[in-house]
Ligand binder design. Structure first.
Ligand code: ADP
Ligand code: MG
Length: 603
C-alpha cells in the first residue's frame, strides 16, 4: 500500500479515541471550555448517563459567528497566541481537539452569542459533517448539545458502562471542576433530576464549596494549608488523620486550578501522613498548587490529567513540609465526627429520645467515624505478670474536686482524670464536657512520638535495670535479635547474647516505665522475623513502638492511679499527633456538655 494522509474525519475519530473516552470526558471538555470562557454559571444536563444527551450551557464570552466553524476545526484554538505559549498555559484547554473530536463521534450543536454581538448563531455537525451556520435564539453565552454519543463509532459504544456508572463518573468530573472554581455556580441534572447544585461561593478559600462536595465532617475538622516555597504556593485543606477512607478517591489535587491525578503529588501526601494513617487507609484532602506555568508541563497526555514539574523535588518538599507542619500544629485534635458517631451509639435503648419537635441526636453521617468503634485496639498479650511500677508523672497531680478544677482546666484541654473504666479507658472531666481516652492507644502514640524526637536528637533515654533480665529464646530468634542489637540500642534497648540459648537485657527505653521485658523481647523477635533483614528499624518505628508500648505499664488492662492518668493526659497534650494512635484510630473522644444534655433531652 502507498502512504497517504488520512482524511480529516478519520483523524478526528482517532483523536476522539484518546480525548473522548466516555460521556464524562465530554462533560469535562465542555465544562472546561465554559470555564475558559469566563462563565459564572454553568448548567449541565445529561440523559441516560450521557449516552443520549449531554448539554452544557454557560454565560461566558461566547463564540463569534464567523468563528463557529473554526471552533470545530482540528487544532483550532483561541487559547494560544503564538507557539511559545505552550510553555505558559493559563487556560484549561489549548490543544483545539475537543470539539472536532466530539463532532466526529456524535451529533453536536453549538449555539452561541458573542459578548457584545446583537444576535446568536448556531452550527451543527453529525459524525463529522458540518452544516451551514443558522441564526439562533440565545441571550448570552454558549450552549453545546451532544446527542447520541459514539453513534458513529459503535465499537466504543459497546464499552460504555451502565447509565449509573457513567453518571457517577460525570458527577466526579463536575465535583473536581467545581472545587477548583468555587466562584462559579454549577447545576448538574440527570434524567430530569438535579444531581448537584453548587451556588457561587465567594469566600476566600472555598471551604463552603469543599464542604458541599467532601461533606461537612471534612470541612469541620480540616486543617487549613497555606505555604509557599520559591514562588510556588500550596493552599487548601487537609483532613485530620482520623477522618480516613478506604481509597485515595477523596484526595483532590489541583495544579493551577486544573484537577490532576499525579503520582508525585499522591506520593507526597502519603509520605506526609505516613505515621498517622494505617496502611491501606487514606486521608481526605483538597490541595491547590499555584505555580508559574513555565515550571510545569501540562501537555503530557491528551486528557491533561497528568503533569510534569520542572523541579519535582521542590514541589514534593513543599507538600510534605506544609502537611506535616499543619498536622503537627493540630496537636491532639481528633475528628469531631468521631464524637458524633459516639453520640449516635449512646442512643438509649428502647427508642429514640426524640422528645418532641426538632430534638434529634446527631447521628454519624460520614463513613469513617462509626467504624472506629468496631475495631478494637490490639489487645494486650495475655498472661503477663502485672508490673507494679507506676508511670512516671512529671508533676504529681493530686486528685482534685470540681471547685479546684475550674481555673486549671484551661491549661488542660484534655481535663482531669476522674475514673478508669475496664482497666482500659480513662474518663476525664474538661471545662465543658468529658473526654474518654483509650490509654493504650494514647500511650502508644506518645512512645512513638518521643522515640522519633529522641532519635532525631541523638538517642533515646535509657533506664538501667537494677537486675538485668535474662530471656531464653530459640536459636533463630537469638540470631535475629543479636543482628539488630546495635539498632535496638539506639532505640533504648540494650541487649546481648548470654551463653547459649539466652540473651540478657541491661537497659530499656526510659519512657516505657516498668516494662515486661520477657515478653517484650519475645515479641520483638517475632516482629523482626516479620520485618525481614532489609528494613531498618527506624523505618518501621511505628511497629516497633507498638510492640514496645504493648509491654509497658500503660497497656490496656492495667489499673492506673489518678496521678498516672493525669500524667498521661498532660503528656498527650504536649505530644504531636496525640489525637490518633499509630494506626490512625482516635486515642480519645470528647463529649461536650451540650452533647450530654442532648442525650438526656435537655436541649
Ligand atoms: P481548546 O479548548 O483546546 O481551545 P476546543 O476544541 O475545546 O479546544 O474548543 C475550540 C475553541 O472553541 C476554543 O478555543 C474556544 O475559542 C471555543 N469555545 C469552545 N467552547 C466554548 C465556550 N463554551 N465558550 C466560548 N468559546 C468556546
Ligand atoms: Mg477545550
Amino acid at each position: 500500500m502507498t502512504i497517504r494522509l488520512l482524511p480529516e474525519g478519520v483523524v478526528n475519530r482517532i483523536a476522539a479515541g484518546e480525548v473522548i473516552e466516555r460521556p464524562a470526558s465530554v462533560v469535562k471538555e465542555l465544562v472546561e471550555n465554559a470555564l475558559d470562557a469566563g462563565a459564572s454559571r454553568i448548567e449541565i444536563t445529561v440523559e441516560d448517563g450521557g449516552r443520549t444527551l449531554v448539554r452544557v450551557s454557560d454565560d461566558g464570552e461566547g463564540i463569534a459567528a464567523d468563528e463557529l466553524a473554526l471552533a470545530l476545526a482540528r487544532h483550532a484554538t483561541s487559547k494560544l497566541a503564538d507557539d511559545d505559549d505552550l510553555l505558559a498555559i493559563h487556560s484549561l484547554g489549548f490543544r483545539g481537539e475537543a470539539l472536532p473530536s466530539i463532532g466526529a463521534v456524535s451529533r453536536l450543536a453549538i449555539a452561541s452569542r458573542r459578548k457584545g454581538a446583537d444576535a446568536a448563531y448556531e452550527i451543527t455537525v453529525e459524525g463529522g459533517d458540518i452544516a451551514p451556520i443558522r441564526p439562533a435564539a440565545r441571550a448570552r453565552g454558549t450552549e453545546l448539545i451532544v446527542s447520541d454519543l459514539f453513534f458513529a463509532t459503535p465499537a466504543r459504544l459497546k464499552f460504555l458502562k451502565s447509565a449509573r456508572a457513567e453518571m457517577l463518573a460525570i458527577g466526579e468530573v463536575v465535583d473536581r471542576l467545581a472545587m477548583a472554581n468555587p466562584h462559579v455556580g454549577f447545576v448538574l441534572s440527570s434524567d430530569g433530576r438535579i444531581a448537584r447544585r453548587f451556588e457561587p461561593d465567594h469566600e476566600p478559600g472555598g471551604l463552603a464549596r469543599l464542604a458541599a462536595i467532601m461533606g461537612p465532617a471534612f470541612a469541620d475538622n480540616a486543617l487549613a494549608i497555606d505555604a509557599q516555597r520559591e514562588g510556588i504556593r500550596l493552599s487548601g485543606f487537609a483532613g485530620v488523620p482520623t477522618e480516613h477512607r478506604a481509597s485515595a478517591q477523596h484526595q483532590y489535587l489541583f495544579v493551577n486550578q486544573r484537577p490532576v491525578r499525579d503520582r508525585l503529588l499522591q506520593g507526597a501526601v502519603r509520605a506526609a501522613y505516613q505515621d498517622l494513617v494505617a496502611g491501606g487507609r487514606h486521608p481526605m484532602l483538597a490541595l491547590f498548587l499555584s505555580i508559574d506555568p513555565h515550571e510545569v508541563d501540562v501537555n503530557v497526555h491528551p486528557t491533561k490529567a497528568e503533569v510534569r514539574f520542572r523541579d519535582a523535588g521542590l514541589v514534593r518538599g513543599l507538600i510534605i513540609g506544609a502537611l506535616k507542619s499543619a498536622l503537627a500544629g493540630a496537636g491532639h485534635r481528633a475528628s469531631s465526627s468521631v464524637s458524633e458517631a459516639a453520640l449516635g451509639a449512646f442512643r438509649p435503648e428502647g427508642g429514640r429520645p426524640d422528645g418532641g419537635a426538632g430534638r434529634q441526636l446527631p447521628l454519624a453521617v460520614h463513613g469513617g467515624g462509626t467504624s472506629f468503634y468496631s475495631r478494637p485496639h490490639s489487645p494486650p498479650p495475655r498472661g503477663l505478670a502485672e508490673s507494679a511500677a507506676a508511670f512516671q508523672s512529671p508533676h504529681h497531680a493530686a486528685p482534685r474536686d470540681d471547685a479546684a478544677m475550674g481555673e486549671a482546666a484551661d491549661a488542660a484541654p484534655l481535663g482531669h482524670a476522674r475514673a478508669q473504666v475496664h482497666g482500659t479507658y480513662i474518663v476525664a472531666q474538661t471545662t465543658d464536657g468529658l473526654v474518654i481516652v483509650d490509654q493504650h492507644a494514647a500511650h502508644e502514640r506518645i512512645v512513638f512520638e518521643r522515640m522519633k524526637a529522641a532519635l532525631d536528637n541523638g538517642g533515646v533515654k535509657r533506664q538501667m535495670l537494677l537486675v538485668p533480665e535474662i530471656v531464653e529464646l530459640d536459636q533463630a530468634a537469638i540470631e535475629r535479635v543479636a543482628e539488630r542489637a546495635g539498632e535496638l540500642g539506639e532505640l533504648g534497648l540494650v541487649i546481648e547474647r548470654f551463653g547459649t540459648g539466652a540473651m540478657i537485657v541491661r537497659e530499656v527505653p526510659a519512657l516505657l516505665g516498668q516494662a515486661d521485658v520477657q515478653s517484650l523481647v519475645r515479641d520483638l523477635a517475632d516482629e523482626l522475623a516479620e520485618l525481614g533483614h532489609a528494613v531498618a528499624l527506624k523505618e518501621k518505628l511505628g511497629e516497633i513502638c507498638a510492640t514496645l508500648a504493648c509491654h509497658s505499664s500503660i497497656r490496656a488492662g492495667r489499673r492506673l492511679s489518678a496521678p498516672e492518668m493525669d500524667a498521661l493526659l498532660r503528656q498527650m497534650e504536649t505530644t504531636p499527633h496525640a489525637g490518633q494512635c499509630n494506626h490512625g484510630r482516635p486515642t480519645y473522644v470528647e463529649l461536650k456538655l451540650t452533647d450530654i444534655e442532648r442525650l438526656f433531652g435537655r436541649r
